[in-house]
Ligand binder design. Structure first.
Ligand code: DC
Length: 219
């Protein structure tokens, strides 16, 4: 893991399992508080897209790490709020497709992939107030931020949300893989505020986090 100096900016960490609603919530909060939104999952998805394009077996951790060790990785926030992830000189696209959904957990447990992506995440936001969503933002990437949330929902609700988007995504299988991997597994940070959004609308979830942020002294 690369050395990490003090965070200069304010970071809101939003972690949670697949399809927990954290992307919609993070986007809405970023708009409300006027801060940058970074979806760290897109970085692991871009790495997966690159691995697949190279014909590398995503389950072969050694090969995945060997490849990621030989290419440049960069991320750029676009004016429209989207994130471009460049791996090996190519902006990776098609990041929410079914093949990426299938293989992203395998690729994201490779140690060097994690090191590279965490370095990218820290570099991106050095002095920019940011909401970053992911699996290990409050536990590993920015463990010192006091603004930490774990957004979850029941497995049924999460599967239904993906289906409503017209997407096939084995959320339970991804959660199992993401929670049981060796490097930086998905866990709830001890000091995170847990929000169960199963019975909440998007607006109610955003409101709950915004209230908690104000209580924690945000701005
Ligand atoms: O947030 P998402 O579902 O788009 O993330 C896709 C995958 O990327 C997820 O199954 C595990 C991995 N991921 C990770 O390992 N660490 C993060 N901080 C974000 C995502």
């Amino acid at each position: 893991m690369p050395e990490f100096s003090a965070v200069l900016s304010k970071i809101i960490a939003i972690d949670g399992p697949a399809a927990s609603g954290k992307s919609s919530v993070s986007k809405a909060l970023a708009k409300r508080f006027g801060v940058t939104h970074v979806n760290s999952g897109l970085m692991y998805r871009a790495a997966t897209r690159a691995v697949l394009a190279e014909g590398i077996d995503p389950g072969n951790t050694k090969e995945v790490d060997r490849y990621i060790g030989t290419v440049d990785t960069a991320a750029k926030a676009e004016v429209n709020g989207e994130l471009s992830i460049i791996i090996g000189g190519t902006v990776r696209e098609g990041l929410n497709s079914e093949d990426v959904n299938t293989f992203v957990s395998a690729v994201s447990q490779a140690p060097l992939v994690r090191d590279r992506m965490v370095a990218l995440q820290r570099r991106m936001v050095e002095s920019i107030p940011t909401i970053m969503e992911g699996r290990d933002i409050g536990t590993v990437v920015f463990p010192d931020t006091p603004f930490k949330f774990y957004v979850t929902a029941s497995e049924e609700v999460r599967a239904a949300r993906r289906a409503a988007e017209g997407l096939t995504d084995q959320v339970a299988a991804r959660d199992k893989a993401d929670s049981t991997r060796k490097s930086s597994p998905l866990t709830i940070a001890e000091d995170a505020t847990v929000i169960d959004s199963s019975d909440l609308t998007l607006e109610e979830t955003v409101e709950a986090i915004a209230t908690s942020l104000e209580e924690k002294g945000w701005r």
